[in-house]
Design a protein around this ligand. Structure first.
Ligand code: C2O
Ligand code: CU
Ligand code: CU
Length: 490
């Protein structure tokens, strides 16, 4: 060993010792003083938040106005800006929002529609806006390469080419995604199509069809958000926000209600249940309807994932029932009789393309490894100038995703693996056919430590895309890679 590599080794050893000691301190302190983990998925404790201003009625994102009168074309304007919220009486919280103070408006799109959006950045920092789950070309995808400078605008245009689904949008700049989302930048996209038109599911926005955007937040004593991270990762919030509301309630008819559950937290997993032990009918996953509704008593979501469920209150005798995460109330439903419920959940929702892995032309492996606040995929940290995978346009591949523990103290839970610009199907989870709720279209899949999930992924859009862990701090600190999709002849 020459001196140079000996020095390097010594330095490496010192860094490892420092990291371990630091980790030990933070880890120990965390367990002694910090919120206890394990109650909410891998998450924290959400105490009663006390009085807030507007009686805690569930906030609903506004519907974004389409400025183009043509029914098959839409034109939207989104503006990212600073804002202020009063989550707690007498306290002001500095926030970010799209077209408002916190979160963003709901954008409704139709399959086949051409959409153009102008995104104005009124923030003091560079931002990007990524359409999570939308199948568009790389240059319209809003990833880390499409930064919008302060005062600038970005104008993506695309044609919607995918089935009805609940998607979302959020910033995606390398290094600041977690902070910008934490401040409030996120919103929903609903896609509708002939299938969703033809189903008589609850679909009256804010009446029997509700977004449930769940985010944990830490507040500092002055009322501002405190995005706290340590070497173990992000510190779970002390408060749960639902569409930007603390401990909300909503009044609904004693009938069927559709909930579009969205885990828009930076790092927390959630396991949803109903307070009276009743079950959900899950009708959709990330990328749209399942073939048939699935009865579930508990719905697990990792960051980035969505699920649409129908809750039927028609036989409920109590006047209030709540959607829960562990022992914490997410939304309280106040039931009253407001006329007959004419909606129905059919036995068959949609016909999905057959999952046929023999069409795959290539297999790739992705090994995720978490290291506290950061992590790697296939041993590599993200680099803006490195393309990790090259894919041929029009091809279908098998992507096998695994998670290994970070070893010793750095070991932590699983990771949600997300692929841009496509909706995939799960072939197997740990060698077995996935449960029915995982047989629909997905764009984000949770892979726990030691698990192996095989995905069938089609690449029908060209350009540069990201794949990454959707724990936003992990993504910011390097747990991301890039793939390029190119036509064969290139
Ligand atoms: Cu929800 Cu790469 O993002
Ligand atoms: Cu995405
Ligand atoms: Cu991760």
């Amino acid at each position: 060993m020459n001196t140079r590599s000996a020095n390097k080794a010594l330095l490496g050893a010192l860094i490892i010792i420092a990291v371990l000691l630091g980790g030990l301190l933070v880890y120990g302190g965390y367990y002694l003083l910090g919120p206890g983990r394990g109650i909410v998925g891998n998450g924290g404790i959400f105490p009663g938040a006390g009085p807030t201003v507007d009686g805690n009625r569930l906030r609903l994102p506004e519907l974004l106005e389409d400025l183009n009168p043509d029914p098959m074309a839409a034109e939207y304007v989104l503006r990212a800006d600073e804002g202020e919220m009063t989550f707690f009486a007498g306290k002001t919280t500095k926030t970010f929002g799209y077209n408002g103070n916190y979160l963003g408006p709901l954008i409704r799109m139709r399959n086949g529609e051409s959409v153009s959006i102008r995104v104005d950045n009124m923030l003091e920092d560079v931002t990007t806006i990524h359409w999570h789950g939308l199948e568009v070309n790389g240059d319209q995808d809003g990833g880390p390469h499409q930064g919008i400078a302060p005062g600038d605008s970005w104008k993506p245009t695309f044609t919607v080419a995918q089935p009805a689904a609940t998607l979302w949008y959020h910033p995606h700049l390398k290094g600041t995604t977690a902070d910008q989302v934490y401040m409030g930048l996120a919103g929903l996209i609903y896609i509708e199509d002939e299938v969703s038109d033809g189903l008589n599911l609850p679909k009256d926005y804010g009446v029997n069809d509700f977004p449930v955007i769940v985010q944990d937040r830490n507040f500092s004593p002055d009322g501002n958000f405190h995005h706290q991270t340590n070497m173990m990762g992000v510190v779970p919030g002390d408060t749960l926000l639902v569409n930007g509301t603390i401990e909300p309630f909503v009044e609904v008819n004693r009938g069927k209600v559709r909930l579009r559950l969205v885990d828009a937290s930076n790092s927390e997993n959630y396991s949803f249940t109903m307070s009276d032990g009743s079950s959900f009918l899950q009708v959709a996953s990330d990328g749209g309807f399942l073939e048939a509704p699935v009865t579930r008593s508990r719905v697990f979501l990792a960051p980035g994932e969505r699920a649409e469920v129908i809750v039927d209150f028609s036989q409920t005798e109590a006047d209030t029932v709540s959607l829960m995460i562990g022992r914490f109330r997410v939304v309280e439903f106040r039931l009253s009789d407001r006329g007959p419920d004419t909606t129905e959940v059919p036995e068959r929702l949609a016909t999905l393309p057959e999952v046929d892995e023999t069409v795959a032309t290539e297999e790739r492996r992705f090994e995720m490894e978490g290291m506290g606040i950061s992590g790697t995929i296939n041993g590599k940290y993200f680099h803006m100038n490195r393309i990790d995978e090259e894919v041929t346009l029009g091809n279908t591949e098998i992507w096998t995703v695994t998670t290994v523990g970070g070893g010793m103290m750095m070991q932590q839970g699983g990771h949600p693996f997300h692929i841009h610009g496509t909706q995939f199907r799960i072939l197997t989870r740990n060698g077995k056919t996935p449960p029915p709720e995982e047989r629909g279209f997905k764009d984000t899949v949770f892979v726990d430590i030691g698990e192996e999930v095989r995905l069938l992924v089609s690449f029908n859009h060209e350009g540069l895309f990201m794949f990454h862990c959707h724990i936003l701090e992990h993504e910011d600190f390097g747990m991301m890679g890039q793939f390029v999709v190119r036509p064969e002849s290139d």
